[in-house]
Design a protein around this ligand. Sequence first.
Ligand SMILES: NC(=O)N[C@@H](CC(=O)O)C(=O)O
Length: 433
Amino acid sequence: MSDATLIRGARITGGDTADILVESGVITGVGASLTAAGARVIDADGLIALPGLVDLHTHLREPGYEASETILSGSRAAAAGGYTTVFAMPNTSPVADTAGVVEQELALGEAAGYVHVQPIGAVTVGQKGERLAELGAMASSRAQVRVFSDDGFCVFDPLIMRRALEYVKAFDGVVAQHAQDPRLTEGAQMNEGIVSAELGLTGWPAVAEESIIARDVLLAEHVGSRLHVCHLSTAGSVDLIRWAKKRGIAVTAEVTPHHLLLTEDLVRGYDARYKVNPPLRRDEDVQAVREGLADGTIDIVATDHAPHPAEAKTCEWQAAANGMVGLESALRVVHTSMVETGLLGWEDVARVMSTTPARIGRLADAGTPIEVGAAASFTLYDPVPARTFGTTDLRGKSVNSPYLGRELPGEVRWTFFRGRATVVDGAVVEVVA
Ligand SMILES: NC(=O)N[C@@H](CC(=O)O)C(=O)O
């Protein structure tokens, strides 16, 4: 029997309409009026075909915090959002700071089968910031780690940061920095500014992010290495990255969907779903990160999907954990914040949510355009008008989404990972067959 799938009439990356033929996990045809005897036919009229999304910043919580998420549940959430690759942050228990842990994560991702789970290695042992982890061993392991981060913590010691930047050059790796001066943010609960003063909450000042970015772009220039800045959130940070790129420094930067849409004003209700690190910022910052993403200063959108159990979120603000789930909503949030505003077209969305994150993470077989010969990893997105985002839209283990009850456009209708459907007509498949 044929394993072929014929997708009829999708708008390729939001542009011209064409059929897509998939056989044995590979795209074997893109064009008008394709035929394939015995193929399963999918009517994609009105749907936008995008290369499978690639998330450079996901927290999957396994090993160690499986009550919040597992590699399997997070993979399902990813597929629901149109993703075919997620880079898993190392703040697990044990921390992913050895070849053994990253290989275990890789294997669990393969067993789940929904997306490629690409482990990120910790920069320092136990993410404690004191001495370098086994970066070389993780790079040469079966997981072939190329991205290293202590995300959740800043690599604060400048000498350790310098050594990490120097070390990863040997295998074309990149250090993804969580830019947060820990001293300037001790006890911080939200963005520092007028709202924090009104609410009497300890502030997280923009300068705590900006001063680390300034230091690190200079270090990256000094040692001639690649630096990636995680979840950039302030107007000043955008200016610094713009300056660094103009100077020829090899820096890339990401923004999260929530920093493209939400502001600190939401904290006024003390609903801990809006508590996140870095915190939601001012409207001026949201405008600046949108412009930065539109003009290429910011390279990518990354979710910072951070699942937490109900008890860590349905409590008083000060006791609540930082973090929001984001895999299932990311494309819809980018649709409303960047496409509906005219700041990005769908080709740009494919670039910032698929092609460039794969390139930064040095994954050759992810983020590839929808063309003959490429792996059949893509998503079919229906740009339907806004409807209420609800718990049925969430497919992971945790429900700490800031969008519940909010109107968002669009719907992921189908996702294919290496030729196999992971989302079928809006529903995540139980088992990837
Ligand atoms: N982004 C978040 O708000 N939370 C992250 C870690 C972190 O960056 O603090 C998490 O792992 O929960």
